[in-house]
Design a protein around this ligand. Structure first.
Ligand code: DGJ
Length: 764
């Protein structure tokens, strides 16, 4: 394990416990090529894999066909305009418009640890960019040079002792005395030999969706050409994730090769893969070149965000574990990371804008009686906001709704023993607001155009210091004056009509990057002043669910779709990459407000239990039977919360692959002593004789006790007597880990659509 340089062959070896990456400095010119990435190979010289011994050879041996070399070489930092016609990692232009560049090796350094990344705000202020951190890291920094333009590139590769991920980032430095224009700078580009995959045609998996349908697994074959997902919305988006997987056709949850890439970034991105004429597969990820140009003045640097590369030969579950562990151990900074999160009740779906102090207190007092620990007051508490047409930006409490202000409400809640959380949408301004009337130029707008409204709101130009300071102070002031434990930071529209009074024509291409830095700056400042604040990120549901955000907020609202059946797909797609401890999931009312679907209360609870558990309903108005079920649900959350938060997550069955009939997953503690299994029967199966599910991740030789959760209590709302009888007729209470994993357990056929079975598995 570790990073090494073989000086005689000019080879770099980056080795984690189960993977190797090998880079080579090739030819007299010093091209940096990717020789190999995959399972461990030791320190052999594998440069024969580059095929430079055959035509078109190397430029120093065949200068006549230099283009042929560049057109097929597995370049680590491919540039545009010189003969590599595939997607490039970097595209630079001089002031006259010439866009050829070629980077070659200058030097490198290998050091213990890992540097923080910083971007430069418009006023030159250094703003930290989210990136992994930790003591047990080693880094290789390779310095490349573009001789004509006088630009240096610093490619950084870090590994952690306890992870199989490789972290890559790039910084450009303009050492010339002229401005160089960056049109494209991606964080990672990976060329793999076509023979890496069966039949040279891998599958690609992305997480795709829309509002209320976020991050569904989307798998298809790739062939010649490129398959790309992207965002130009200024947020990561509901539609796509900065994430993709390349895998063999036969790769499944437990077997097969997986090459995954992810970007620690919360703004515009591209993420793609393509196959070229020689079957080389090129994957790339980074900030989107659309709406991006950066005039890099003499002496300036530009930092691209960090990409995460993961390889495993053990299927998707193994990839998921690498991401989850990396993010929990090296990215999420919140003091809540390992803590039980308070069970909250959010009033959004309970009241929408129609609430006052009395209504909130009545919800809170019923909630308290049921064991819920925090009330979150959502949108509508400020300015004159009685619908979504006004007041964003006027973060002054509406005393007509909340007489006595937040202080009174938070004091009353405190007396009850309830914590208090509050909603903001800090990046926005309503045209109908005092803030907009006072500062119309603070809204993002292109001169001469009326900016496009979305949800009747505009975006504040937080690339500007003055605006950012105002936004910060208005949020911080509210927090300073009431006892607030939690903030839900929402963002309900995408960027359009980009323009900023402080950015001239030369600097406008920086806007979307600077906007993302602005968000990071605001969140960073907030957590610095309020280190104990529990921050939940949200963007019309899960429109900004990404690795950049979890650097600040340990939990993110997954989707505005709270329908438990729909959530099965959203949550299994989300947890493909992001830890369950980051997934905001609530029990909501039935029929569901988005889909109109009717589902039993315990099934809604079982699905919400695999995220940060809470409620999103009018507890005073739901059927008594459901209200009575809450204390047991809360107790189950407390009992198994740690397992879900800290354990290894395994997919057992996705309903999409089982004709919509059932879904199942489990969390296993790291020491394999306990596990929680959730099985959801989505549709009744007429005449069914029970369904086998095979558990995963247990110790084969250990003996485990199997218990139906809730079955000890005769009056359990979680486990009815009928369910218990159905379970007992087909179950056994002790089995070895190998039997549980190879033979499996039978889930009884339960009456009706939508039923849950939750099992506790404990090592004896
Ligand atoms: C979108 C969020 O996803 C909802 O949960 C809610 O907070 C609304 N915004 C409020 O406007």
């Amino acid at each position: 394990m570790g990073i090494k340089f073989d000086e005689s062959n000019r080879l770099f070896f980056i080795e984690t416990a189960h993977t190797s990456m090998c880079l080579a400095v090739v030819d007299d010119e010093g091209f940096l090529c990717n020789v190999y990435y995959g399972g461990c190979v030791g320190e052999d010289d594998l440069t024969y894999l580059l095929r430079t011994g055959i035509y078109p050879f190397l430029p120093s041996h065949n200068s006549r066909d230099r283009g042929g070399f560049l057109d097929m070489a597995r370049m680590e930092f491919p540039s545009s305009g010189v003969g590599d016609y595939r997607k490039s990692a970097v595209c630079l232009r001089d002031e006259e418009g010439h866009d050829a560049s070629q980077f070659t090796y200058v030097s490198h350094r290998i050091f213990d640890g890992k540097d923080n990344l910083y971007g430069l705000a418009a006023d030159g202020k250094k703003i930290r960019i989210p990136a992994t951190f930790g003591d047990n890291a080693q880094t290789l920094e390779i310095e490349l040079e573009e001789k004509v333009l006088g630009v240096r590139a610093y490619l950084s590769y870090s590994i952690f002792e306890d992870s199989d991920a490789i972290l890559k980032s790039v910084r450009l430095e303009n050492r010339s005395d002229r401005t160089v224009i960056i049109d494209r700078l991606l964080s990672s580009c990976l060329d793999l030999d076509g023979g890496t995959f069966e039949n040279n045609e891998p599958d690609i998996i992305t997480l795709s969706g829309s509002w209320a349908r976020e991050r569904r697994l989307d798998r298809r074959r790739i062939t010649r050409g490129n398959t790309e997902v992207y965002s130009t919305r200024g947020v990561t988006s509901h539609q796509f994730q900065p994430f993709s997987v390349l895998c063999g056709r036969n790769t499944d949850d437990s077997h097969g090769k997986v090459y995954a890439q992810n970007l620690i970034w919360s703004g515009n991105f591209i993420c793609g893969s393509g196959i070229d004429q020689f079957e080389t597969v090129r994957s790339y990820i980074g900030i989107s070149p659309e709406h991006f140009t950066w005039n890099l003045k003499a002496g300036e640097s530009f930092q691209a965000p960090e990409a995460v590369l993961v390889f495993t030969e053990n299927g998707f579950d193994s990839m998921t574990h690498i991401f989850h562990d990396l993010f929990r151990d090296h990215l999420i900074r919140s003091p809540y990371l390992h803590k039980e999160r308070p069970v909250l009740i959010n009033n959004w779906e309970a009241t929408y804008f129609d609430f006052d102090t009395d209504k909130l207190l009545s919800i809170a007092s019923d909630a308290k009686r049921s064991g819920i620990e925090m009330l979150v007051m959502d949108d509508g508490w400020f300015g004159k906001r009685n619908d979504d047409n006004s007041s964003l930006g006027d973060w002054i409490v509406n005393e007509e709704k909340l007489p006595g202000g937040l202080k009174r409400l938070s004091d009353e809640l405190e007396k009850m023993g309830m914590k208090f959380g509050i909603w903001f949408e800090p990046e926005m301004v309503s045209p109908d607001s005092d803030l907009y009337r006072a500062h119309p130029d603070w809204a993002v707008a292109a001169p001469g155009r009326t900016p496009c409204r979305m949800r009747n709101q505009y975006i504040l130009d937080i690339t500007r210091n003055e605006v950012r300071d105002h936004v910060y102070e208005s949020v911080a002031n509210v927090l300073r004056n009431a006892n607030i434990a939690y903030v839900k930071w929402d963002m309900n529209r995408a960027l359009t009509d980009i323009g900023s009074v402080e950015l001239d024509a030369q600097s406008l291409g920086r806007f979307s990057y600077l906007y993302t830095l602005g968000v990071y700056d605001l969140m960073g400042r907030l957590l610095e002043e309020f280190p104990d604040l529990l921050l939940e990120n949200c963007s019309s549901g899960g429109g900004r669910y990404d690795a950049g955000m979890i650097f600040y907020s340990p939990q993110i609202w997954c989707s505005d779709d709270t329908d438990a059946f729909e959530r099965l797909s959203v949550q299994s797609g989300t947890s493909f990459v992001y830890p369950l401890s980051t997934m905001g999931a609530h029990v909501s009312a039935s029929p569901n407000h988005v889909t109109g679907r009717v589902m039993p209360f315990d099934v809604r609870g079982a699905v919400a239990l695999s995220g940060t558990f809470g409620y999103e309903l009018d507890i005073t108005a739901i059927p008594e039977e459901d209200r009575n079920a809450i204390p047991e649900q809360v107790e189950i959350y407390h009992r198994y919360g740690e397992l879900v938060r800290e354990g290894d997550y395994y997919r057992i069955a996705c309903n999409a692959e089982h004709a919509g009939y059932y879904d199942a997953w489990m969390s296993v503690s790291k020491d394999k002593r306990s596990a929680l299994v959730t099985y959801i029967q989505c549709r009744a199966y007429p005449g069914g004789k029970g369904r086998v599910i095979k558990l995963k991740g247990l110790e084969p030789s250990a003996v485990y006790e199997i218990k139906l959760v809730g079955s000890d209590d005769e009056n359990s709302c979680w486990c009815s007597r009928d369910k218990k009888a159905a379970w007992e007729a087909l179950s056994t209470d002790r089995l070895s880990g190998s039997s549980l994993m190879n033979a499996g357990l039978i889930m009884p056929n339960l009456p009706g659509d939508y039923a849950q079975i939750t099992l506790e598995i404990t090592k004896k």
